[in-house]
Design a protein around this ligand. Sequence first.
Ligand SMILES: Nc1ncnc2c1ncn2[C@@H]1O[C@H](COP(=O)(O)OP(=O)(O)OP(=O)(O)O)[C@@H](O)[C@H]1O
Length: 579
Amino acid sequence: MNPTRTLIKEILSDSKRTLFLILFFNISAALVSTLQPLLFKDLFDDILPDKQIGTAAFYMLLLILIPVIYAALNSVTSYYNNELGNHLSKNLRLRLFSDVLRTRPSNVDSIGKGEIINRITLQVGMLCEIFVVDTLMSMVSNAILLIATLWIMFSMSTELTLAAILSFPLCMYGFKRFRSKTERLDKQYHGILDKGINYLNDFFTNLKAVHRCNGHQAEQKRWREWNDEAWRISRQSRLFHHVVLNLVADTVISIITGIIYGYSLFLILKGRISPGTLLAFIVILPRLYHIFKSLLTLNIDRSRMTVIINNLNDILELEKIGSGANAPNYSRVPLLQMRNVSYRYAPADSFGITDFNLEIQPGAFVGIVGLSGSGKSTIFELIHRFIEPDEGEICLDGVAIQELDIHELRRYVGYSPQKGVLWNKSILDNIIYPLQKEDMNEETWRKFSTAVNLAHVDPFVLSMPEQYDKQVENHGDNLSGGEIQRILLARAFMSEPRILMLDEYTSALDALTESDLNDTLLSLKGKQTILVIAHRLSTVKNADVILVVDKGRIVEQGSPAELLAQQGMYYKMVEKQKI
Ligand SMILES: Nc1ncnc2c1ncn2[C@@H]1O[C@H](COP(=O)(O)OP(=O)(O)OP(=O)(O)O)[C@@H](O)[C@H]1O
């Protein structure tokens, strides 16, 4: 099953009217265009020799009108082609985007963000253009035109028509051989564009680092290298498409046309065809070969489409996050359990989390501490289902988290991550995300007001001239680290989660603000479960329980006083942080 092809069929199934209109105007244009050679034949064989001046003038008028009508019919066809192409590209993009939304963020990286951007935008556009304009419609219109043209040709001279169509299998053989080469070149061409967009994406994310580290020359070199490669591939591809293919096709066609003209002269001399027939053939032959050429390049277009379709299949086939159907019980704070949970980021990694067993009582305030890279954030990533355990299970009130609706789970369990980024929108929009200002009602404004109070956002926002309307630039460049942390914290409070997971939320805060936020967490104690990862141990000094994680395992567990008395790892960390 090819998911992109199935999707295209699905989308086109509700465009039957447009498809019918395209077919109708195509057939009309084909029929109108075949009249011209017939008129020429009549004019030169009968009307002019008989000196029927009035009829000749009428024929001349028709000869002028036919191309105009043909062009008008083609314009209408193009309009509907365009409509169909736009309908297809819009719906393909919508569907691909919704698939990306349902994909685990780490899986998105397996293709690359830049690559996905390129595929969803440019490649979808190209696919629709090639598919609708060059392939589907070209196939239909050329097939119709071919039938009409051959019918007229046979009616004028069977032997000349047979000679003219002999060239078809010859060209067909020649073009078949080019298909694999086109496919390879197209794959390279799209690959290099993907790579370029990925690089630019990376470059703009690191723009400040480039300036900070004087990386101008290094980046100039990388960009030049990409351009050199892109130029080489694009040159090869264009040379092949425009020069080799066109040259070969046109040369073969010209030779055959020359032979046919010579043969027609021979037939005229023998009295087997009239000069009018020759004239009609002179008009019709280029058209016939144009049809042949279009039908033959269809093969090439199909291979170009295959490359893009395979790229889109990669996106549609990315593993989606499964969702259960159960809704969590918002009226209570749940018991959180991790039973024998193990997870490795990659098979070769020695650990992520190993054999983790944990039971967190409803309403507990839990501090999670440990050395850098010991696996603390991995716990939160597992609970929020960004990753799934290789072994064991995580339960809320005895229900495995996979059985809960994924969106409900993420509302029920709030998560403020260590490396959070802001949207380039206002501070208000960032806090209420995913709500929008126009969606806000009395209830959500109440939640907003509570959230900004709890996160101590007011003190810095109200001192700004634009206050909550202040626009965030470059994902937070115009705000301090501590301000960003408080905005993200307020966002986590907005959904009033039953479990709140905060990863290093005070790392960028001054001691006074940290102390205010510690008071906030104390005030929430018992009302919701709070899990806090912290390197600054002052952040978790009020915790009921401290978990000390080392190399993916819980090595110590107990109240701060108990752990201090044990004089183990926690004790050493506290001692080291004393001034
Ligand atoms: N997305 C990932 N892919 C592969 N390995 C990862 C990924 N994220 C984390 N790791 C690795 O897993 C281990 C645990 O990482 P984790 O982020 O859980 O540590 P941490 O205790 O939160 O560290 P820190 O205190 O520095 O934030 C580390 O060795 C880290 O390099």
